[in-house]
Design a protein. Structure first.
Lengths: 455, 70
């Protein structure tokens, strides 16, 4: 068997179920990887080794006693440091919460634990999931940003420090770091996964999601995390299907809509040329590809998103900010201050645009299995002072439609490039089928090689 | 009202509010951000929305499906 930390999440589950791998051996392999590489990558902010080894040993004993296994038996999962974790520090990347230890878990964390997962630790985030960077570096090149705000989650999954990690996306905070680090990012429909116990940035734009290394792993994790939650009124009561059954090929290759509006003019040359190469491969394999014009509301989506995020962040932080404004870093401070100035009528106008855009996009989505765009306008930018630009993800965070990001190849500079697939509301199953089909057609599994070594 | 005028009015309005709320010194630091958000506000003001359109907030308007279609 390969070094266990290099297995996919599905591979780890299979080996544990076959009794070929124990939770303790898996954890040792993962921690060795962290010990070797995290001094360079700085993906983790908290790991409680005593606690997680105790949990791994407990699960190992249960397996030995023949106890029925959950869907994630002994699988170590990373959790972005904006999710409440009972008894484990949750800083939100902020000095204000440097010593905050929640007394309960976020619903997503509860569901992971219930499924048998081991909460490995907390991954680095930008401050309050906005734009002031975490110290994390990109596993493909340490001088480049891993993206944000789910910076540590993306770097950790790419560097085989865990098979999957929770992230969150308000603008582009899952799919952008996923693309920069060469892994799969999944942002489900708004409300598909409960936001309870997650530090909000903007209530009506925040999505709970995750990063993995394959579409299969994403399907498994979505099945564990999705579902209604009495503690989050926005968590949908729509039934949760077995998403892994959508991994089987559909009756025909997918119908894919290409969004050229905005994306072509804002992509760097090599990024768009790479997309055209991908389209040729997909079409040769049978995909029906068609350009999709965007509705008029698309033109103001970035403006409306900017407005809503500022107002809602200001509303959440107002009291704390009045008391401790000097502890806020510059970008989040400015975000809050601007939000405090915006008139309420303008905020409501932006929310009207949100509804209009969602409705118009839902009509368009009926004709396609998915839309496709480049995941980012460029590969991961050099430097750690910015986490890159979220604008390629913003329309879909704004619409609430589900997206999956797939690694698709390498830029001439040796950094990963990715695709962004967009599905219809609550159409995660169909999106998974299309993504799995693309994954089979394209060489999508990327492995970083930094400092001359494979992490 | 033209976009340019709307933006100008918005910059004046938001700058005055910033000075009142955060002080003159901080308001000066915020000028680029105020110009940026004023451009967004002006752009939104020009966008046509039907009279009876309501704000979205959440996706509660999505009808429940009887069976999961995936």
């Amino acid at each position: 068997m390969a070094d266990p930390c290099r297995l996919s999440l599905a591979g780890m589950i299979r080996e544990i179920r076959r009794r070929q791998l124990s939770p303790v051996t898996l954890l040792e392999s993962i921690l060795k990887q962290i010990d070797t590489w995290d001094h360079s990558l700085q993906a983790w902010v908290t790991i409680d080794r005593e606690k997680i080894f105790a949990e791994a040993r407990r699960q190992q004993d249960e397996i030995a006693r023949g106890k029925a296994l959950g869907p994630l038996p002994g699988i170590p999962i990373g959790v972005k440091d904006i999710y409440y974790t009972c008894g484990m520090k949750t800083t939100a990347g902020s000095k204000i919460f440097a010593n905050f230890i929640p007394k309960h878990d976020a619903t997503a964390v509860t569901r992971l634990k219930k499924a048998g997962a081991i909460i490995l630790g907390k991954t680095a985030t930008t401050e309050f999931a906005f734009a002031d960077p975490a110290p994390t570096r990109n596993p493909w090149n340490l001088e480049h940003t891993p993206g944000g705000s789910s910076s540590g989650s993306a770097a950790a999954v790419a560097a085989r420090m865990c098979p999957a990690a929770l992230g969150s996306q308000t603008g582009g905070s899952i799919l952008r770091p996923a693309a920069y680090c060469g892994v799969v990012g999944f942002k489900p429909t708004y409300g598909r996964i409960s936001r309870h116990g997650v530090f909000p940035l903007s209530w009506t734009l925040d999505h709970v999601g995750f990063l993995t290394r394959s579409v299969e792993d994403a399907a498994i994790l979505l099945g564990v995390l999705a579902g209604s939650d009495p503690q989050d009124p926005t968590a949908s009561p729509q039934p949760v299907p077995d998403y892994t059954r959508f991994l089987k090929p559909g009756r025909r290759p997918p119908r894919i809509g290409i969004v050229q509006t905005f994306y072509k003019e804002n992509s760097e040359g090599p990024v768009w040329r790479h997309l055209e190469d991908i389209l040729t491969k997909l079409e040769r394999s049978g995909a029906k590809i068609e350009e999709v014009p965007m509705p008029a509301s698309f033109a103001v989506v970035q403006d409306a998103h900017r407005l809503i995020m500022r107002v809602e962040a200001a509303a959440f932080h107002e009291t704390l900010f009045e008391q401790q404004r000097d502890l806020y870093r510059p970008k989040i401070r400015e975000l809050i201050e601007i939000g405090l100035l915006i008139p309420s009528v303008e905020y409501l106008r932006a929310q009207k645009v949100k509804r209009q855009f969602h409705r118009e996009m839902s009509e368009i989505m009926r004709r396609f299995d998915c839309l496709l765009t480049p995941a980012t306008s460029s590969p991961a930018p050099k430097g750690l002072s910015s986490t890159g630009n979220p604008w390629f993800q913003v329309p879909w965070s704004f619409s609430g439609l589900p997206t999956i990001g797939l690694p698709s190849g390498l830029h001439p500079a040796g950094l990963p490039l990715g695709l962004q697939l967009v599905g219809e509301a609550y159409g995660e199953g169909k999106l998974i089928t299309a993504a799995r089909w693309c994954e089979k057609v394209l060489p999508l599994s990327l492995f970083p090689n930094f400092e001359g070594h494979e992490p | 009202m033209s976009t340019a005028l709307t933006k100008k009015v918005l910059i004046e309005m938001l700058s005055a509010a910033a000075a009142q709320r955060f002080g003159e010194e901080r308001a000066k630091v915020l000028i680029p951000a105020i110009q940026d958000i004023s451009a967004s506000l002006a752009s939104l003001a020009q966008h046509q929305i039907e009279l009876l359109e309501e704000p979205a907030f959440f996706l509660e308007n999505v009808p429940l499906k009887k069976k999961p279609s995936g």
